[in-house]
Design a protein around this ligand. Structure first.
Ligand code: NAP
Length: 296
């Protein structure tokens, strides 16, 4: 069996098209534009490229978008004040503080200062708690993107054995929580593996759906999966250089080996990656609708 590719670029494009239409309706019916501010502290090149991509996408969708660049030496107090200002700004529905922050600023304190209603990254403990009890307004972006990839590729999650490799707060734990909810596109039996797991292959071989977020190339190889498994590879690892002098990207799964046994698999790049920004946009549209009292 050679796996079907789950095309994250195409699924992200479909969702963005839907969001563009929803944005146009919000403008027409309510004279409202979803408003997103991205706050960048300093000029870390990777962070600059992430916020640039977020701004570009939000503009393409027709949002009111604001890029707020702050100097590296901004104090924690000044940053907290700035967040308070956006918490009270009715034109802003989503606040994104690009991480990492400089060492003199307490990241947790900053993320907790964002009004949970404007927390479109889904990292505030109020939103994490709502996700765990199955009443989320906003799901964290990468796990939400993984769920959409499964649903929109027609993968049956209900009743499936899902194995997640990795227990980070941004990927492993939330995706496990999301897929075990008694809800549509979920209702799976979920196992989480990590570096303390005694026999990882024992678990991964049982998986109907295997989600790998370890941050290690080849963390999962062909001998660790069963025939017909659906594999979502979240990992982004930079290994060596291409002929053009760019870093080569690979996931956490031995793609060539595993694709011969899997029924479907996400590539890296072009799998989970394009979904993360798209789900940030989806959360911003949701935040704008919630501000209008529309819950859907
Ligand atoms: P992280 O915080 O480093 O967590 C990695 C997790 O994997 C930890 O729980 C660790 O276990 C576990 N782990 C590591 N090696 C393992 C192994 N050999 N066997 C079993 N478990 C292992 O990473 P993260 O933030 O979740 O990110 C994971 C990967 O996804 C990274 O490559 C990251 O770049 C990528 N990522 C991609 C996107 C995207 O949009 N495409 C978004 C987020 C992350 P312990 O807890 O025991 O240490």
């Amino acid at each position: 069996m050679t796996a079907k590719l789950i095309n994250g670029n195409e699924i992200a494009r479909q969702i963005r098209e839907e969001l563009k239409q929803e944005t146009a309706i919000l403008k027409e019916k309510y004279s409202m534009e979803p408003g997103l501010v991205t706050i960048l502290v300093g000029q870390n090149p990777a962070s600059v490229s992430y916020v640039t991509a977020k701004q570009k996408t939000s503009k393409e969708l027709g949002f009111y978008s604001l890029q707020d660049n702050q100097p590296e030496d901004i104090t924690e107090e000044q940053l907290l004040k700035l967040i308070e200002q956006y918490n009270n700004d009715p034109k802003i529905h989503g606040i994104l503080v690009q991480l990492p922050l400089p060492k003199h600023i307490n990241e947790t304190k900053v993320l907790y200062a964002i009004d949970p209603k404007k927390d479109v990254d889904g990292f505030h403990p109020v939103n994490v708690g709502k996700m765990v009890i199955g009443e989320a307004d906003y799901l964290p972006c990468t796990p939400a993107g993984i769920q959409q990839l499964l649903i929109r590729s027609g993968v049956k999650v209900d009743g499936a054995e899902v194995v997640v490799v990795g227990r980070s707060n941004i990927v492993g734990k939330p995706i496990a929580n999301i897929l075990l909810q008694k809800q549509k596109g979920a209702n799976a039996t979920v196992t989480i593996c990590h570096t303390g797991t005694k026999d990882m292959a024992f678990h991964t071989k049982r998986a109907d759906i295997l989600i790998v977020a370890a941050g290690k190339p080849n963390a999962v190889t062909a001998d660790m999966v069963k025939e017909g498994v659906v594999v979502i590879d979240v990992g982004v690892n930079r290994i060596g250089m291409t002929a053009e002098g760019k870093a080569k990207l690979c996931g956490d799964v031995d793609f060539e080996g595993v694709r011969e046994k899997a029924s479907a698999i996400t590539p890296v790049p072009g799998g989970v990656g394009p979904m993360t920004i798209t789900m940030l946009m989806m959360n911003t549209v949701k935040a704008a609708k919630l501000a209008l009292g529309i819950k859907s």
